[in-house]
Design a protein around this ligand. Sequence first.
Ligand SMILES: *[C@@H]1O[C@H](CO)[C@@H](O)[C@H](O)[C@H]1NC(C)=O
Ligand SMILES: *[C@@H]1O[C@H](CO)[C@@H](O)[C@H](O)[C@H]1NC(C)=O
Ligand SMILES: *[C@@H]1O[C@H](CO)[C@@H](O)[C@H](O)[C@H]1NC(C)=O
Ligand SMILES: *[C@@H]1O[C@H](CO)[C@@H](O)[C@H](O)[C@H]1NC(C)=O
Ligand SMILES: *[C@@H]1O[C@H](CO)[C@@H](O)[C@H](O)[C@H]1NC(C)=O
Ligand SMILES: *[C@@H]1O[C@H](CO)[C@@H](O)[C@H](O)[C@H]1NC(C)=O
Ligand SMILES: *[C@@H]1O[C@H](CO)[C@@H](O)[C@H](O)[C@H]1NC(C)=O
Ligand SMILES: *[C@@H]1O[C@H](CO)[C@@H](O)[C@H](O)[C@H]1NC(C)=O
Ligand SMILES: *[C@@H]1O[C@H](CO)[C@@H](O)[C@H](O)[C@H]1NC(C)=O
Length: 482
Amino acid sequence: MLPSRLLRFSAALAFLHSAQASTNPFTQYAVDFPDPNRVAAGNLPKNLAGAEDTIVAWADEMNSYGPWSVTFKQVLAPSGDKHDYMSWAPYHWPNCTGIPNSASFTPPEIWEKCPYITRDGEANPDRILINDFQSFFNLSDAVLYNSIAAVLQGTPSSSYSQNVAKFIDTWFLNNDTFMNPNLNYAQMDRGPTGQMGTFTGPLDLRGMAKIASGILMLRKTKNSDWTEARNAQFVAWCNKYIGWLQTAPQAKSAAAQLNNHGTIFVSQLAALKLVVGDTNGAVSLIQGYFSGIFKGQINSNGEQVPKRSDPHTPIPLSEFNAGGMITNARLLSYADPTLTPSGWNATTQQGATIQKAMDFLMTVNPATSQETNVTIEIYPNIAAVASAYGDASGKYGTFLNKSGFPYANDATFLWDQPLAGGDLAAESEANHTGSAAGSTSGVPAPTQSATNKTKNGSLSRFGRLELGSWAAGVLGVIGLLY
Ligand SMILES: *[C@@H]1O[C@H](CO)[C@@H](O)[C@H](O)[C@H]1NC(C)=O
Ligand SMILES: *[C@@H]1O[C@H](CO)[C@@H](O)[C@H](O)[C@H]1NC(C)=O
Ligand SMILES: *[C@@H]1O[C@H](CO)[C@@H](O)[C@H](O)[C@H]1NC(C)=O
Ligand SMILES: *[C@@H]1O[C@H](CO)[C@@H](O)[C@H](O)[C@H]1NC(C)=O
Ligand SMILES: *[C@@H]1O[C@H](CO)[C@@H](O)[C@H](O)[C@H]1NC(C)=O
Ligand SMILES: *[C@@H]1O[C@H](CO)[C@@H](O)[C@H](O)[C@H]1NC(C)=O
Ligand SMILES: *[C@@H]1O[C@H](CO)[C@@H](O)[C@H](O)[C@H]1NC(C)=O
Ligand SMILES: *[C@@H]1O[C@H](CO)[C@@H](O)[C@H](O)[C@H]1NC(C)=O
Ligand SMILES: *[C@@H]1O[C@H](CO)[C@@H](O)[C@H](O)[C@H]1NC(C)=O
């Protein structure tokens, strides 16, 4: 018997409290698409200063790891081409029993010659030998946060936008270090029957929605580091990769999944279409999602379906999918702000909206869905729902406040607006109403707070946040979720 709804809700709160003992605001959320126009419009109210500080500090932190490139890894893809992206299916282990001479195999021989078997939920640690997936996660946060930091800086050029240019050049464009525009070896099976990427591979590049948001921001603010030439090269790369996403068997299979794979495939492809200027294509793709697989994704009580069909990872991954649904709604609203119904209005066959799904998740202890590793993912999703549907009864604000999570200092508080919280809550609503519609020509005036935190040393407010190692654990683990 399940405990009553109320009891489960209390259990969830108790759990969240214990998990928050040490909170790091640098969270590598799975997928998001901050509205580039809203951020580019500038003139942000002062109560967003905590979020701004986190974003600038996170950009500085990421800058110490970049640039990234698939050519930096020590292991080559089966093609032998250093420009090929590669990642290994996480739960696969070699079984060399009965394979002649296997005792003397080198690791590459094992990867090729031993059959691989699946061990339920047990990730093979050797996957980090090729950290293309982690590099891309970091790259996508680096591009997004540096782009926002560049907008906050308010100058046509800054170290932040120069970093974006360097990171995009290194991963996508430079002759020596570019990535081939395909995922032929993503989430690859190993062994004699493997050596090709699988349908879970496209999820590795879900950060593309963050990258698109950052680039669209730099374009909107006419940032001088995002040059015409660089833009043209990047658009050309994206067009080739879009071609792969629309034709490769692994990609078609990903698109056909009814769960988070299908949802987030749309997030990625729609974001790319926006980058290349195919706004109509993005709109119809996302509309196809909301009239397609979304229809079957939420039950009347708000529970997300289907569960994972994959027998070795029977995880619903509700938070992950919720982030994808929210991202798709955001992308659609950006692509066509006047569209009604919007993605936020979309209902499933059983009459549920995205809001209903989050209302349900708020009552569930993450342990029951084996999502304790991604507990933190619930906060930005709740904030997103509160900002899209309103919080008249204050239930979302109350949940966030009681959680102990310092959401007003979280990066996502910058765009999950209007939402109560922060130092000067009253000013938030006043100044954000309609700001997304405000079109800027040229570079917006810097805000007072942004002018003062050009570099690490001036991040005064940041000092009050307690930095812990918790999110570092979250980071590593999110990469495992497929
Ligand atoms: C709100 O925006 C107006 C201009 O649109 C500006 O004059 C005012 O200072 C802003 N308030 C805050 C608190 O940022
Ligand atoms: C800012 O922080 C980054 C990473 O923590 C570091 O590499 C860089 O030198 C710092 N810059 C300044 C001006 O302190
Ligand atoms: C490993 O391979 C051997 C030989 O083919 C087989 O008998 C055994 O069942 C395999 N182990 C697992 C766990 O699949
Ligand atoms: C990515 O960033 C995390 C910190 O957020 C760091 O621990 C990790 O080493 C970085 N990995 C790469 C490949 O940049
Ligand atoms: C990059 O490679 C292409 C084709 O190999 C070549 O034509 C071009 O000159 C190279 N560019 C640079 C900057 O090396
Ligand atoms: C659509 O959602 C908006 C808020 O996002 C709301 O104002 C509007 O009433 C909704 N329309 C329908 C038809 O549900
Ligand atoms: C993630 O969750 C699984 C099962 O819920 C657990 O076994 C594992 O230790 C967790 N990992 C981390 C880093 O918390
Ligand atoms: C949550 O806390 C913030 C900041 O203290 C406050 O502005 C907001 O009104 C609170 N929300 C609710 C629903 O209590
Ligand atoms: C930085 O902030 C202080 C006080 O908050 C202000 O006096 C100073 O003018 C600001 N500096 C810049 C460059 O805006």
